[in-house]
Design a binder for this molecule. Structure first.
Ligand code: NCC
Length: 337
């Protein structure tokens, strides 16, 4: 298993787009859920997002294959002729389907800032899944840096409550329960997908197509299990405004960029690099638009920087065994991002 090499500017570009899209996605999603009492069925938006990701992945695979003939034989070999692989990819697709639906439920019940802050628990959860599922080891210092990163990102993203006028009833307990499920799903599915992706030479776009195909089936099941009656009465696309399409667009682009980031780095690096991208984009906003920096931002930035430095320090302990995924020292790996 090796982290493939692409240029540093390309990795930074993907991380920055992923982080900016994620921030916009959460705010836009929240807006669409609370500004109208008779809103759209969120399960349909999750399903359409899978369809769009599938179409884009097929488009990219067509380009990668060079011709329609090559595309067809690749699809025949990897989809129709690989039921075992399809089954393997159905696991993260089910977990991501739950996670993506939970994000809608959580953002229907919680302020976007509260959601973003609570969602940072995915950082230690992802680290735990990496250790358990990829048999990587983290030194005590690296574990400490993971929790410091979690605290740092929380502070960096700390914002006053949103000003959006909420037109629906909210239950914060449902919101927190949904975030907790989303956190667990994000950690597990992210590391599972990384394991499958990096354990063979199969193209990322083939893996994505395998996952999105079962994702469509699973999310469609979700649509009918939870909203069948409403959809029969009002229609599948009931309540779809331009903003809802924007959410679907951002969800698709964000998901695809996430897959590229995981291919060229890894899930723990994704957390560290996303934190760095948040800080850099805020600093850019200060320089370009005169945005005011808060004390919590400065504190959070300090914590994030220290945690990145600590994560990259060479290991002192002797408990390092079984590093299956890479033989590079962690500092080198961190610079690889
Ligand atoms: O939580 P997170 O990602 O790990 O969720 C991963 C998202 O990417 C999609 N995905 C994953 C792998 C793959 N091969 N294809 C995919 O489409 C999954 O379906 C899932 O939606 C993050 O690290 O914070 C991040 O957060 C999400 C999103 O903000 C949260 O999940 C909302 O609760 C971002 N997604 C978007 O912005 C659309 C992601 O970019 C980063």
């Amino acid at each position: 298993m090796a982290i493939e090499n692409v240029s540093l500017p390309f990795k930074l570009y993907c991380l920055t787009v992923m982080t900016l899209v994620a921030a916009t996605y959460i705010i836009a999603l929240r807006y669409t859920r609370v500004t109208s009492a008779d809103t759209y069925f969120s399960t349909t938006a999750v399903c359409i997002t899978e369809v769009i990701k599938l179409l884009i992945s097929v488009g990219i695979l067509t380009k990668e294959s060079g011709s329609l003939g090559n595309l067809c034989s690749s699809l025949r070999e990897n989809i129709v002729g690989s039921p075992k692989e399809m089954l393997k990819l159905s696991i993260p697709s089910i977990v991501y389907a739950v996670q993506n639906n939970m994000a809608f439920l959580a953002l229907s019940n919680l302020d976007a800032a509260v959601y973003q802050v609570t969602y940072q628990l995915k950082i230690p959860c992802t680290a735990l899944c990496t250790v358990l599922m990829l048999h990587r080891t983290l030194s005590k210092l690296q574990w400490l840096s993971v929790f410091m990163l979690c605290g740092g990102v929380t502070l960096v993203q700390w914002k006053p409550a949103e000003a959006t006028k909420v037109q629906v009833e909210q239950n914060p307990w449902i919101g927190f329960a949904a975030v907790s499920i989303a956190v667990l799903c994000s950690g597990f599915a992210g590391v599972y997908f990384e394991k499958v992706l990096k354990s063979s030479n199969t193209s990322l776009w083939v893996r994505n197509i395998q996952m999105y195909l079962s994702g469509i089936v699973v999310t469609l099941a979700g649509v009918f299990l939870s909203d069948a009656a409403g959809i029969m009465e009002k229609g599948f696309f009931h309540g779809y405004t331009l903003y809802v399409w924007l959410v679907i667009f951002l969800g698709s682009v964000g998901g695809l960029y996430t897959s590229v980031v995981v291919k060229y780095t890894d899930n723990i690096m994704k957390g560290f690099s996303a934190a760095a991208a948040i800080i850099l984009s805020t600093v850019a906003s200060v320089l370009l638009f005169g945005l005011q920096i808060t004390v919590t931002f400065v504190l959070g930035t300090a914590l994030v920087c220290i945690s990145i430095y600590m994560y990259g320090l060479p290991r002192q302990d002797t408990t390092r065994i079984n590093i299956e995924t890479t033989d590079k020292p962690s500092k080198e790996r961190l610079l690889n991002v």
